[in-house]
Ligand binder design. Structure first.
Ligand SMILES: Cc1ncc(COP(=O)(O)O)c(C=O)c1O
Length: 391
């Protein structure tokens, strides 16, 4: 056994604060709240110092003290994380901004930020002796879990909407996943997962319905701090469906403050959704603490067609506490901006990534961005998976 440097302590419920043993196999808390992981931050801070980072692997695993995997042999890695922060060459100038950046998650294994979360969830599943994983997905999470399960030698079942872009079906199939299609949205796929968990005994790795995906995704927050030499940017614009990217980074900021890496200043967190599916925007605008289900969701940005999110209250809390906002853009706007990113910056984004630029335009029009502020757009996935939508 080669232990990692993990300082993981226990698991707690984000709603009722109940605590659980770290070696329990868990989905949601009994109260319905998503579960989060707690570490011994004082201990982590003794070895996970800013100076220690230079010699570490350029993957999510460089932050191992604040990651939950305890035995090195359980780490299932395909090189996830360590993505580029690209400085805008043209679009920023056109918008009158001097500090616009793109965090390019499209270069992750399987082409999206989902690799971070699923690498962690599959690694912990391996550590806990789980052998069969099931997921409801809009596409990218399915690709990622299929790849990591293949690498770990686990069985995997992917439940997707029947109108998912074709490349997702193909790569899940090549990675050896069992695939089932559902006529409907990811929410309908989620119901089907619930049935199969009961009838066939699969372990669900649905967004925020197990505690480890978010631990992988939070590494985007750690990387941002490193990119900006521990002075976090002013605005982070993120396309949100289930919202774990945003919630994960928010957790990372809190952890880094505990590690003594950053102060209490946070970026304004901006959630982007589409006009055809905007439950978080609607809740944000109405002042609600949680969101109601969006009826008849429709958008070409498959990852944003999420009518309801189990972590809605966590997203809304992060947006509000940070002084951020939530806004919806149209499919026409996000498709046009996906082309802008490719033609002017050389970044071939998933349409969800294009949506962040559309959101930035709206914020500028509304006077919500200062010219010199450091703004980061999250290009969460690659355009190559969406060729049937982008053509
Ligand atoms: C490319 C892309 N961006 C953003 C999202 C939304 O991510 P989350 O559900 O974690 O909010 C997804 C989800 O499928 C996605 O595939």
């Amino acid at each position: 056994m080669h232990p990692t440097a993990s300082t993981v302590k226990d698991i707690y419920c984000s709603k009722c604060s109940r605590r659980f043993d770290i070696n329990e196999i868990l989905n949601l808390c009994e109260c319905g709240g998503p579960l989060l992981i707690n570490y011994d931050y004082a201990k982590a801070a003794t070895t996970l110092t800013k100076d220690s980072l230079a010699g570490r692997a350029n993957t999510i695993w460089r932050y191992e003290e604040v990651l939950p995997v305890q035995n090195e042999s359980n780490v299932v890695c395909l090189g996830e994380g360590g993505t580029e922060l690209l400085e805008s060459k043209k679009v920023g100038q056109e918008l009158g901004l001097s500090n616009l950046y793109f965090k390019d998650e499209s270069t992750n294994p399987t082409g999206s930020f989902k690799a971070r979360g699923l690498s962690m969830a599959v690694s912990r599943a391996k550590e806990l002796g789980i052998e069969n994983l099931i997921i409801p997905t809009a596409g990218n999470a399915g690709s990622a879990v299929a790849a990591y399960a293949a690498r770990a030698g686990m069985r995997c079942k992917v439940i997707m909407p029947s109108d998912v872009p074709e490349p997702f079906r193909v790569d899940c199939d090549y990675h050896g996943a069992e695939i089932e299609f559902v006529d409907g949205t990811i929410a309908d796929c989620g119901h089907r997962v619930g049935e199969l968990v009961k009838s066939e005994g699969w372990f669900s790795v649905a967004t925020l319905k197990e505690p480890y995906r978010i631990e992988g995704k939070k590494t985007m927050g750690y990387e941002l701090a490193e990119h900006f030499e521990f002075e976090l940017p002013d605005i982070v614009i993120y396309p949100t469906g289930g919202g774990t990217g945003l919630i994960g980074m928010w957790k990372a900021f809190d952890e880094m403050e505990k590690l003594g890496w950053i102060n209490s200043k946070r970026p304004r967190m901006v959630s982007v959704q589409t006009e055809g599916c905007a439950p978080i925007v609607r809740a944000f605008e109405s002042g609600a603490d949680s969101a109601t289900t969006w009826e008849n969701p429709s958008t070409v940005a498959a990852g944003l067609r999420v009518p309801g999110a189990v972590g809605d209250f966590l997203m809304l809390e992060a947006i509000r506490k940070s002084g951020g906002t939530a806004l919806a853009v149209s499919d026409a706007e996000l498709l046009s901006d996906t082309r802008e990113l490719a033609s002017k910056e050389g970044v071939f984004a998933a349409p969800e990534g294009g949506a962040t630029l559309s959101a930035l335009r709206k914020m500028i029009t509304a006077g919500q961005v200062e010219k010199d502020e450091r703004v980061v757009l999250f290009i969460t996935g690659s355009g190559y998976k969406y060729l049937d939508v982008l053509k």
